[in-house]
Design a protein around this ligand. Structure first.
Ligand code: KG4
Ligand code: ZN
Length: 338
């Protein structure tokens, strides 16, 4: 049972956690959302500077809250890719430095692996193979998790990610950043059938549509056009109905693809990860759609859907238990496939 201290700074959360295999001893998430809100999105340079300000404090807080000492920690992990390079660099350098100072092995973790293993925090008995529906601000992927480190991407978005679509639609409706939580809240009060919106499909050259790939940019444009049309009437825009209809369209697209993929690959568990896994509409609809097929659906605990370091620690512990550690030479990279 590996005990890992993990650092995550790929975007706008400075996060440090200590996990003992699939259990959290402490988790600190210092969010920069309030700082970026006034710009309507994450400003990379501001994010890096803020990580520098916060990372040492977060490390100290995580250690104190865990109740353990450095001698009980087996390895130090840091997110190395994908993300904002300047932001990644801060956490990765902190992780490498701690590993050198305390003479521990270092493990560089792919951020998406973190989202995959976040479901271990709700079910510590989960084992591959399973299907991961990874829906975040940067990704919308269906990943066949064959084993730790062995992944096959079966489907992905061809344009906007699901979370990105939530953020862009919220921005055009003047709902602020990040858009997902606001739309989720508004959708609960609206009518999901108020407006018919296009789901977005990927046509195949040989005819038919791709069963697992998705597209959300057309949906975003349709919401924009509809909003402009409604504005032209001079009537107040039915924001809750618009949010509910948009959310229902995204949820339908994701649910349909995830169920088809699990069935076709004979996988009886879908583990959902990423910020959009917090969406209440998705949680309810995917669960309901999976039940008749005897497919089990797992979501991370609410606060571990969005970026955190506990999920990075979980992924690192899986690697450590298999004898995988990283070279100190690995660099922060903005993009790298799983
Ligand atoms: O995983 P995450 O924290 O960061 C990335 O790795 O991208 O995901 C952030 C994304 C944002 O786009 C945010 O709007 C979305 O997750 N999100 C949600 C909800 N909470 C966060 N989307 C829909 N419903 C939510 N409740
Ligand atoms: Zn993420």
């Amino acid at each position: 049972m590996a005990t890992v201290l993990a650092i995550e700074t790929s975007c706008d959360e400075t996060a440090v956690a200590i996990v003992k295999n699939r259990h959290i001893l402490s988790s600190i998430v210092s969010s920069q959302i309030a700082i970026h809100q006034k710009y309507g999105g994450v400003v990379p340079e501001v994010a890096s500077r803020q990580h520098v300000e916060m990372v040492n404090l977060a490390i100290a807080q995580a250690l104190e809250a865990s109740g353990i000492t450095w001698s009980e920690i087996d390895a130090i992990a840091g997110t190395c890719t994908p993300g904002l390079v300047g932001a990644l660099l801060v956490g990765l350098t902190a992780a490498k430095t701690l590993a050198i100072v305390h003479q521990k092995p270092f493990i560089g973790v792919h951020h998406l692996e973190g989202h995959i293993y976040a479901s271990y925090l709700s079910d510590p008995h989960l084992e591959p193979p399973f299907l991961c529906l990874l829906v975040s601000g940067g990704h919308t992927s269906l990943i066949y998790v064959k084993d730790c480190g062995k992944y096959e991407v079966l489907g992905q978005t061809r344009d906007d990610a699901a979370g990105e679509a939530f953020d862009k639609v919220a921005r055009l409706l003047n709902l602020g950043y990040p858009g997902g939580p606001v739309i989720d809240r508004l959708a609960a009060e609206g009518n999901p059938r108020a407006f018919a919106l296009p789901e977005g499909q990927i046509s195949l050259p040989e005819g038919g549509v791709h069963p697992y790939d998705s597209s959300f940019s057309g949906l975003k444009t349709a919401v924009l056009r509809l909003t402009q049309k409604l504005q032209a009437t001079g009537e107040p825009i039915p924001i809750a109905d618009l949010a509910a209809s948009f959310q229902a369209t995204v949820v339908r697209a994701l649910t349909k693809r995830a169920i088809a993929c699990a069935k076709n690959y004979g996988l009886n568990t879908i583990a959902v990860g990423g910020g959009v896994a917090a969406n209440r509409g998705l949680r309810a609809e995917l669960q309901a759609a999976a039940e008749p097929h005897q497919i089990k659906v797992l979501f991370p605990p609410m606060k571990f859907c969005t970026d955190n370091a506990a999920m990075i620690g979980c992924a690192a512990a899986e690697h450590f238990d298999r004898g995988h550690t990283s070279d100190f030479a690995i660099a922060a990279q903005s993009r790298l496939p799983l």
